[in-house]
Design a protein around this ligand. Structure first.
Ligand SMILES: C[S@@+](CC[C@H](N)C(=O)[O-])C[C@H]1O[C@@H](n2cnc3c(N)ncnc32)[C@H](O)[C@@H]1O
Length: 226
């Protein structure tokens, strides 16, 4: 029987059908088997999943996956596990991986909270990226925001000592919440006084570039596991 707590849980996403382009559909058929790992409610061996040992970074909610592929290209020695619920996004990243012949990315299409709880062991990650999580900006929807104390505690338990959490948002009010929640997690230490400089590896998205020109802010936060 399903766990009643899980059934009651407020999720950080609403599953939309979304339009799947023919390119995305082809990529899923052609590359899905190679790069996708099926969700399972049991621990996975990350080294075995990537076919090598080496640093492992989890990305939650990669959207269409452009930055994921770009980061993976620039850091071929690091392995990236991308988790996303949205099928067109999975198709889009698979297309990039296939076209560019990238070897260091794997995808799980599932709720990242459950992936963290069930599939990833304690101290198994070298870092976590969460870029522009849904802001759920209406007050009554704020409870759906991913960055909450329980999730951050869970993240922290899965990161090795010395590993990092990197968040970015363009919603000031969410940035303030992120700073508060991360600062209150005793297992984490801020690498900056408040917000961090954008680390070089995180590419500027088109959308972000436009926002910056319009005078909108973007806030990065980088904390280390003690
Ligand atoms: C606003 S988009 C940002 C996408 C991308 N990171 C970017 O910077 O363009 C947030 C993404 O997170 C995904 N998402 C939200 N909650 C999630 C969860 N619990 N597990 C997996 N993916 C999630 C959504 O489907 C959406 O694609």
């Amino acid at each position: 029987m399903e766990n009643p707590n899980y059934m009651r849980r407020i999720r950080s996403f609403v599953l939309r059908q979304g339009h799947l382009s023919s390119g995305q559909e082809r990529a899923i058929a052609e590359f899905g088997e190679k790069f996708c790992i099926e969700y399972q409610p049991g621990l996975i061996d990350l080294d075995a999943a990537f076919g090598r040992s080496g640093p492992k970074i989890l990305e939650i909610g990669f959207g269409m996956g452009g930055p994921t592929a770009e980061i993976a290209t620039h850091k071929p020695e690091t392995d990236y596990l991308g988790v996303e619920v949205h099928t067109p996004g999975v198709g889009s990243l698979l297309k990039l991986l296939g076209e560019q012949g990238l070897q260091n990315v794997r995808i799980v299409q599932h709720d990242a909270v459950e992936v963290l709880e069930k599939m990833l062991g304690a101290d198994s990650l070298d870092g976590v990226h969460i870029f522009f999580p849904d802001p759920w900006h209406k007050k009554r929807h704020n409870k759906r925001r991913l960055i909450q104390p329980d999730l951050v505690k869970l993240l922290c338990s899965r990161i090795k000592s010395g590993g990092y959490v990197h968040l970015a948002t363009d919603w000031e009010d969410y940035a303030i919440q992120m700073l508060e929640v991360l600062s209150n997690e005793p297992g984490l230490k801020n690498t900056a006084d408040t917000y961090a400089e954008r680390p070089d590896y995180r590419p500027l998205t088109k959308f972000e570039n436009r926002g910056i020109k319009l005078g909108h802010g973007v806030w990065d936060l980088v904390f280390r596991k003690i």
